[in-house]
Design a protein around this ligand. Sequence first.
Ligand code: GRG
Length: 309
Amino acid sequence: MVKTNDILALNQEATGFDLTTYLKQRQQVIEAELDRSLPIGKPEKIYESMRYSLLAGGKRLRPILCLASCELIGGTLEMALPAACALEMIHTMSLIHDDLPAMDNDDYRRGKLTNHKVFGDDIAILAGDGLLAYAFEYVATQTRNVPPQQILEVVARLGRTVGAAGLVGGQVLDLESEGRTDITTDILTFIHTHKTGALLETSVLAGAILAGASPEDRERLSRYAQRIGLAFQIVDDILDITATQEELGKTAGKDVRAQKATYPSLWGLEASQTQAQQLVDAAVAELAAYGSLADPLRAIARFITTRKH
Ligand code: GRG
């Protein structure tokens, strides 16, 4: 069986682009910025709870995508770093709320106890709320060297992405689908394009918008992001079956135990893998016009189907 590292090495051979080093460097930049973004204030407990989850690791895929698309369009890291942090704050808050007993009721996330297990349900709800509000404050007040209209566009897009037209809507349909045996591919795709795909698409587009992308660039990058978003969720469903709790950093096999509709449950494992691969190929094809400038986005797309967590 081909290992993730082998695929990364093959990818590097083909393009000269070293994804492992790139991801490590970007993660370091993002970790440092996230740490700086949220110092402990008063009351200490809420800041500790927010920092506990925000600094708990994770792949930092959304901020990395945001920085990569900003650079692709000719912007700088500095222009997109506040938005990149805001995306991770929003993602983290969605994980905190998703793990609550009233939702998915999970004990582990990113290899650590979930926020409510450490701080209690009440503080976990408020930590999520605090991170969500701070994400908007952060991008609006910290973004530099970008025309205000572009910052406003990103703020509006973030709002739409988290609300009923995005994450919240997807989560509601997901909750309503629990225990139902009549979930179709269309319903499942609606859930995941809203719950998972919307924030990944906004991550790519936010970077591009801040860098002043043209309508054509935005459309191309939207199509790229929609395809990797769906592939990401298909792989997430596959990993729930094939990976261990240690690899995932959260409870494995939950979907099967809850008899939840997933892509592998509808299509089977092999067809799900093929579909994810085809989506990634289609995503990569959208980047043809950018030549080697798009190597990071290409390699990230390929990483989505080869990742183990
Ligand atoms: C956004 C206002 C608001 C409320 C939240 C709970 C909820 C509404 C939505 C659920 C969103 C959710 C948890 C979607 C799952 C997304 C997903 C596949 C998460 C795993 O992402 P990774 O693998 O995780 O990138 P790491 O830990 O690496 O960051």
